[in-house]
Design a protein around this ligand. Structure first.
Ligand code: FDA
Length: 309
């Protein structure tokens, strides 16, 4: 089974300015966005976090934005995270809610040192607030740079987490390297359009890769974070965790805000730590397009909403 051509088409459209303007100015977009995005402000993000935490879930918050080529915008993103971390602490949510950061939103495309410095400021604020940071993983041209920045950050904040993507050929090696004590690795399938030289295109290969990587992480001493909505993978991971004698609490499941909320609660009810990835902010376009590309049903939801206007 090959990856859906619709996926490539939508991901290509994500980079097109005319389509971006059309989607951003279509009134219906707001309703569709609301299904996947907590809101535009810190206050809205905190309200959603409170509701999720009260229902027994944990949270990682993402201030939306990516591919910044302007140092001033990168600074605004840092300020948004500092404000958010301050609020999480003040609202006693820091124990159950951490933050996820895209390095391209804090200057990675401009200068790796700028991104490292900005990410360091976010990590220092997270430490003060009593929580942690996980670095999102973007397209494969940034993987080496992101892992270099991760290594630097972990010298001071060893709890800094990273995302690895099972569709990349390299990821089993990266998992083996990052499976050591104290590491936090969020394993996902991967959401970008990647060339076949670096990534599997076949769904089955991506899934097999996921299980191999999960095994490497579970066999190590780190803290694996399994980010997937795939029911078959969730079942296999639960079984593999038992086989590796991993008790609930020594690894976690993660899902995106608005996707399979009943399953999130079911897993939490079984005693698992379940973390919901909650994006918020005004720069929701790239994030929304990746969600639409992932699943025909998400696209159908978008089109139905358009048709009902
Ligand atoms: P996939 O999309 O293959 O779906 C498998 C099955 O899951 C479906 O057949 C269906 O049964 C079920 N399913 C999926 N969506 C559903 C829905 N809406 N409703 C009901 N069932 C549904 N990517 C990246 O490249 N870099 C990153 O940093 C991150 N970060 C990240 C964090 C977290 C917490 C998550 C959950 C995901 C990411 N991702 C990511 C995205 C990830 O790479 C991937 O694109 C999506 O999670 C979709 O892949 P799945 O594993 O869910 O399976």
């Amino acid at each position: 089974l090959r990856v859906n051509p619709l996926r490539s088409l939508i991901l290509a459209a994500a980079g097109n300015d005319a389509i971006r303007k059309l989607v951003a100015t279509t009134p219906i977009s707001r309703d569709v966005v609301r299904r996947f995005v907590a809101g535009e402000t810190t206050a809205e993000a905190i309200t959603v976090t409170r509701t999720l935490v009260d229902s027994g879930l944990t949270v990682t918050l993402d201030y939306l934005g990516e591919d910044t080529t302007d140092a001033e915008l990168a600074e605004q993103t840092v300020q948004a995270y500092l404000k958010l971390l301050d609020r999480l602490h003040a609202e006693n949510l820091a124990e159950r809610a951490e933050v996820s950061v895209k390095l391209s939103a804090v200057g990675q495309l401009l200068d790796e040192t700028l991104a490292l410095n900005n990410a360091s400021r976010i990590c220092a604020a997270a430490e003060q607030a009593g929580t942690t940071v996980t670095l999102d993983m973007e397209d494969h041209t940034t993987t080496d740079s992101t892992l270099r920045i991760l290594d630097e950050l972990r010298r001071t904040w060893p709890w800094t987490g990273a995302v690895l993507q099972s569709y990349l050929h390299r990821t089993l090696d990266d998992c083996a390297r990052l499976a050591g004590s104290g590491s936090r690795v969020r394993l996902c399938k991967g959401a970008y359009a990647e060339p076949e030289q670096v990534a599997f295109a076949d769904k089955h290969e991506i899934d097999v890769g996921y299980v191999r990587c999960a095994n490497a992480l579970l066999a190590g001493d780190g803290y694996p974070m399994f980010a997937t909505h795939d029911p078959r993978l969730v079942e296999i991971l639960s079984e593999r965790a038992k086989w590796h004698d991993r008790k609930p609490g020594s690894f976690e499941f993660q899902m995106l805000y608005g996707i399979r909320p009943d399953e999130q609660l079911r897993l939490a009810g079984e005693g698992h730590t379940v973390r919901v990835y909650v994006p918020y902010g005004e720069q929701w376009y790239g994030y929304l397009m990746r969600r639409l590309a992932e699943r025909p049903a998400n696209m159908a939801f978008f089109l139905r909403a358009l048709a009902s206007r």
